[in-house]
Every structure is written in structure tokens, then in C-alpha cells.
Design a protein around this ligand. Structure first.
Ligand code: EPU
Length: 343
């Protein structure tokens, strides 16, 4: 069975949205626990490093990978439970995130609409706790089922186990590289309240003359905003926001705000302030600017794009140059958001 599943020397270009060229020594797309077990038991890949690949939309392939790439292709979507307050909806880790979100809305289970059009898969969503337009996935997360590649056992995680943070989770920290997320269950409250607080969303709805949107209208508004601001990975290679929005202390914020009027900021519950990395990058002169084949997108400086022919080293070089200029100008260090592998 694994003769078909396990493929040697596979090009990963089509499996990463930055479209960087890299090869995997071994590659297998797995659709089920049985397939996964068969691949992991295959003597040809015994002892090799493993990498779990979803949609490749938050990934920098810095070079070839001398191990086994496991492409998660677990499918399936279903309502698994319902109580007085909520619907519980489960999807396979390999399901496309945006198709899943639209399906939930069409089925009458709203809640995820502000996360429309985020590239990637359902299984990758908890890893970096995807977020946009005023909500994070963690808000509607209920549980997940993962395979522990170290022990070969299936493990259940509830919300507390996942230790979600801003673009962060257990799976990016202590659990990094160890688990394959097979299925995720979301809890979607029956009492739905539209989230229109984000300025772009409020403006978009107002422009459309919509005062009380339906979930699908809210999803459509988010799609329109994203299409306008963010590059479509099908047209130009990119991995979404390349840096996290940095969080600084109240004292650092006060110093920066005094020196830079108009500095966008989001006060946090603990007194710190989140800054807009896109604004810092634009002020540092990088919006639309390139270093070799990699540059900051002309409509959203936070997104690094591959203008064609870039390799992992080009992305590293552009990322380092942007970071250095932002550090020199503002004294703020930007942390890349995607995961780097290979090289
Ligand atoms: N800004 C600039 N110049 C730019 C980009 C942004 O001045 O080139 C300013 C904007 O004017 C605004 C502020 O920065 O005042 C924030 O911009 P925006 O609303 O576009 O959001 P963001 O903070 O740049 C974050 C997420 C996005 C998410 C949007 C909307 C991160 C790292 N990024 O971007 O997520 O779609 O908010 O919620 O938190 C992703 O993670 O891949 C991603 C696209």
C-alpha cells in the first residue's frame, strides 16, 4: 500500500504559497490514520525527520528537506453535536479553511465569517491560531484530535491544552513538529452577534448600505476587503502577514507615540500595546520596495511577496533587511510569523 503513498524526491514548489523551490527526500499525502501508520512504519523512512504540511500558506521553505513530508489530506465535515447553546462542527485537518467557513455559513452555523478567505487548511488553523477582523479562531475552537508522531498514539486536545495566544499555540511551541492534526471541532454559539468593530469591516458594510448584516454578508465584506488589500497566492507568491504585530510595554509605547504621531496601536488588557507592523514597515520605507525578487507588497507592507524566481535565501535576506530597518528606526524587533523549514 505504501508503495503508492510514499514518493521519493518530490518538488514542494506547488505545496507552498510563497512558491519557493525545494525538494523533499520523501513525501506522502495521507488521508486516514491507516495510511499514516503505514507510511510511518515504512522502513525507507525509519528514523528520518518528519514535517507536517497543510496548505503551505504559513511556511518558508528555506531549502531542501532531507526527511519525510506528511501532507495532511484528512477530509470530512459534519455537525457532531448540538446542545441548547451551540452547534459543534468537526472538519478533517486537510479540508480547505475558506470552503469550510462558507459551508458552515450556508448550513446556518455562523461564527467563523470574519475568518473568511484565510488561505490554508482546517488542521493548520489552530497551530497559529488564525485571526482576522476582530476574531481569533480560538474563540470558536472546541477540541482537536492529533496523531503524536513520537509515540504513534492518537491524542485529544481541548482548548486549554492548546494554549492559544496571538498567532501562537502549544503546536508552535513545546509541541512543534510533533503532532499531525487530523480533525478539529468548533463550537458555534446559537446566539449569533455580528462582529463589525474592525474599522475596515464597518466601512465596507457602510459603503454597501448594510446596517445589520447576515453572516454571509459579513463574510462577503471580509472577502472584499481581503481581495482589495492582500495579494492572492494563486497570482503572486506570499504567505500572508510575514511578521507578527509587535507588543511593547506602556513605557515603550509612550516613547514611540511621542516621537511618531499617528502611530497605530491597540491597547492590551495587561497595559501593553500592540503596534501595527505594516505601519512601521511602511514608515521605514519598505512598502512596495524590493530586495532582489522579494519585496513588501505595495498595498499591505506586512506581506512579503515573491515577484518571481525567489528562493528561501532571498526571503531570509528581505526579511532580515526589513527587520534591521524597523529596528534602526523604531527600536522594535519584528518576529516572523511563518514557520521556516529546510536549509
Ligand atoms: N498599515 C499601514 N501600512 C501598511 C499596512 C498597514 O500603515 O502597509 C496600517 C493600517 O493603516 C492600519 C494598521 O496598520 O492602521 C493595521 O493594518 P491592517 O488592518 O491591514 O491589519 P494588520 O495589523 O496589518 C492584521 C493581521 C492580518 C489580518 C488583519 C485584519 C497580523 C500579523 N496580521 O494585519 O492577518 O488579516 O490584521 O484583521 O496580525 C495574516 O496573519 O496572515 C493576516 C493577513
Amino acid at each position: 500500500m505504501t508503495a503508492d503513498l510514499l514518493r521519493p524526491d518530490v518538488a514542494l514548489d506547488a505545496f507552498n504559497t510563497l512558491r519557493l523551490p525545494a525538494r523533499a527526500a520523501w513525501f506522502a499525502a495521507v488521508e486516514s490514520a491507516d495510511q499514516l501508520r503505514a507510511v510511518l512504519d515504512d522502513a525507507r523512512v525509519a528514523g528520518l525527520p518528519r514535517f507536517v504540511l497543510g496548505g503551505g500558506s504559513n511556511l518558508v521553505l528555506a531549502g531542501d528537506f532531507a526527511g519525510l513530508v506528511l501532507h495532511v489530506a484528512f477530509r470530512g465535515r459534519a455537525r457532531v453535536q448540538e446542545d441548547a447553546d451551540a452547534f459543534y462542527i468537526r472538519a478533517g485537518g486537510g479540508e480547505n479553511w475558506h470552503d469550510f467557513v462558507r459551508w458552515t455559513l450556508e448550513m446556518g452555523w455562523p461564527g467563523l465569517e470574519n475568518l473568511s478567505l484565510i488561505p490554508g487548511t482546517v488542521g493548520a488553523a489552530p497551530v497559529q491560531n488564525i485571526g482576522a477582523y476582530g476574531i481569533e479562531m480560538a474563540e470558536h475552537f472546541y477540541s482537536l484530535r492529533a496523531y503524536d508522531l513520537a509515540t504513534g498514539k492518537t491524542v485529544g486536545f481541548d482548548k486549554a491544552d492548546c494554549r492559544f495566544g496571538y498567532r501562537d499555540s502549544f503546536f508552535k511551541q513545546q509541541g512543534a513538529g510533533r503532532y499531525l492534526i487530523a480533525a478539529v471541532t468548533f463550537r458555534l454559539p446559537k446566539r449569533w452577534v455580528p462582529r463589525m468593530g474592525y474599522a475596515d469591516v464597518a466601512r465596507e458594510l457602510e459603503a454597501g448600505g448594510i446596517a445589520t448584516p447576515t453572516p454571509l454578508q459579513l463574510s462577503d465584506a471580509v472577502i472584499a476587503i481581503r481581495r482589495r488589500k492582500l495579494p492572492d497566492p494563486a497570482e503572486i507568491g506570499n504567505a500572508g502577514s510575514f511578521f507578527k504585530n509587535p507588543v511593547v510595554s506602556a513605557a515603550d509605547y509612550a516613547r514611540l507615540a511621542a516621537a511618531h504621531p499617528g502611530l497605530p496601536h491597540y491597547p492590551q488588557a495587561d497595559g501593553s500595546h500592540k503596534l501595527a507592523a505594516g505601519w512601521l514597515i511602511e514608515q521605514a520605507g519598505w512598502k512596495g520596495r524590493r530586495l532582489g525578487p522579494v519585496g513588501c507588497y505595495e498595498r499591505q507592507a506586512l506581506v512579503l511577496v515573491n515577484h518571481g524566481g525567489a528562493c528561501g535565501a532571498d526571503v531570509r535576506a528581505a526579511s532580515a533587511a526589513v527587520r534591521a530597518d524597523v529596528r534602526a528606526r523604531f527600536g522594535v524587533d519584528l518576529e516572523p510569523e511563518p514557520v521556516f523549514i529546510g536549509g
